[in-house]
Ligand binder design. Structure first.
Ligand code: IPM
Ligand code: MG
Length: 356
């Protein structure tokens, strides 16, 4: 077997982050064993844990380690301990700074449904059936990164986009659509926002010029929020700016039954990527060993596919998660009243499937 070598930085972060990232790292270790690769793991601090230890939400050592890694696996950041509105440094700043430092402008959030979990969603099974969406969220621009101002009685957050920022993420959506059902819905608020009007015309230009086979549809964000629930199976690739994508993917996660199931990959110009579940740090259940690690494990599958170019290994992990769910190994959020599996137990079930 001709294996590859890779350095993976693991940023556990806060709350359930270290627990779910730990299981995903163990799964990657099992993949390395099973397929003859050599993965080395290096742990670093981010978020509240980093603030406690270093006063910074993203220490320089973590930035340097991530920049020189092949891929970064992240748990979650944030928690009540650090959410004082008057605090000058917040855990989320670490995550935003990391995305910016790594230049990972395209955030891929696939929404796929496990057939056995149709009943875990609050949406009717007949509406859900056939749902398979790839959300492409712009990740390093927009209102998240614009100038912020605060006076005693007013505040503002600037939303800016450049043509180049829109073009490069539109290209990612076009490329993904070509490997799928060749349909892109681009989300904006062009009836109100200037940035959205630029978004609309730029996406239009890139797709018609570079992906003439792809059908492009524009949809206002409020309508998109409605149609996601009304007819989720009609979406293929959903392209959004930063904040709209943040909001719509929490909504879309309910189609899959739980936020705990959804992975994400954040990619830039090269192969280095940042992989994290879309859920937060869930401080209410942290440290109890009951969090669902599947979203993070599926993020590790995306890491294998996008950063390490190991598609067969990625698929093996995805199949292993599906089989573990089939076997009935379901953490509390998807247990639907049945017995709930712990975090470690779910990780073990996936590893067992991989090693078979
Ligand atoms: C996400 C999260 C983050 C975001 C937070 C933690 C800053 O909600 O990845 O969706 O808003 O991007
Ligand atoms: Mg979010």
């Amino acid at each position: 077997m001709s294996g590859i070598q890779a350095k993976i930085v693991v940023l556990g972060g806060d709350g359930i982050g270290p627990e779910v990232a730990g299981e995903a790292a163990r799964v990657l270790d099992a993949v390395a064993q099973r397929f003859g690769h050599r993965f080395t793991f290096e742990e670093h601090l981010i978020g509240g844990a980093a603030i406690d230890a270093t006063q910074s939400a993203l220490p320089q050592a973590a930035i340097e380690a991530c920049s020189s890694a092949d891929a970064v696996l992240l748990g979650a950041v944030g928690g009540p301990k650090w959410s004082d509105p008057n605090a000058t440094v917040r855990p989320e700043q670490g995550l935003l700074a990391l995305r910016k430092a790594l230049g990972v402008f395209a955030n891929l959030r696939p929404v796929t449904l496990h057939p056995a979990l149709l009943d875990a969603s609050p949406i009717k099974a007949e509406v859900l059936r056939g749902t398979d969406i790839m959300v492409v969220r712009e990740l390093t621009g927009g209102i998240y990164f614009g100038e912020k101002r605060r006076t005693a009685d007013s505040a503002s957050d600037l939303c800016t986009y450049t043509v180049e920022e829109i073009e490069r993420v539109a290209r990612v959506a076009g490329r993904l659509a070509m490997g799928r059902r060749k349909h892109v819905v681009s989300v904006d608020k062009a009836n109100v926002l200037e940035t959205s009007r630029l978004w609309r015309s730029t996406v239009e230009a890139v797709l018609s010029r570079e992906f003439p086979e792809v059908t492009l549809e524009h949809m206002l964000v409020d309508a998109a929020a409605m149609h996601l629930i009304r007819r989720p199976a009609s979406f293929d690739v959903l392209l959004t700016e930063n904040m709209f994508g943040d909001i719509l993917t929490d909504e879309a996660s309910m189609l899959a039954g739980s936020m705990g199931m959804l992975p994400s990959a954040s990619l830039g110009a090269g192969t280095l990527g940042l992989y994290e579940p879309i859920h937060g740090s869930a401080p209410d259940i942290a440290g109890q060993g009951i969090a669902n690690p599947y979203g993070t494990i599926l993020s590790a599958a995306m890491l294998l596919r996008h950063s390490l170019n190991l598609p067969a290994e990625a698929q093996a992990v995805e199949r292993a998660v599906a089989r573990a769910v089939d076997e009935g190994v379901r953490p509390a959020d998807i247990a639907a009243g049945g017995p709930a599996a712990g975090t470690r137990e779910a990780g073990e079930a996936v590893i067992r499937q991989i090693m078979q």
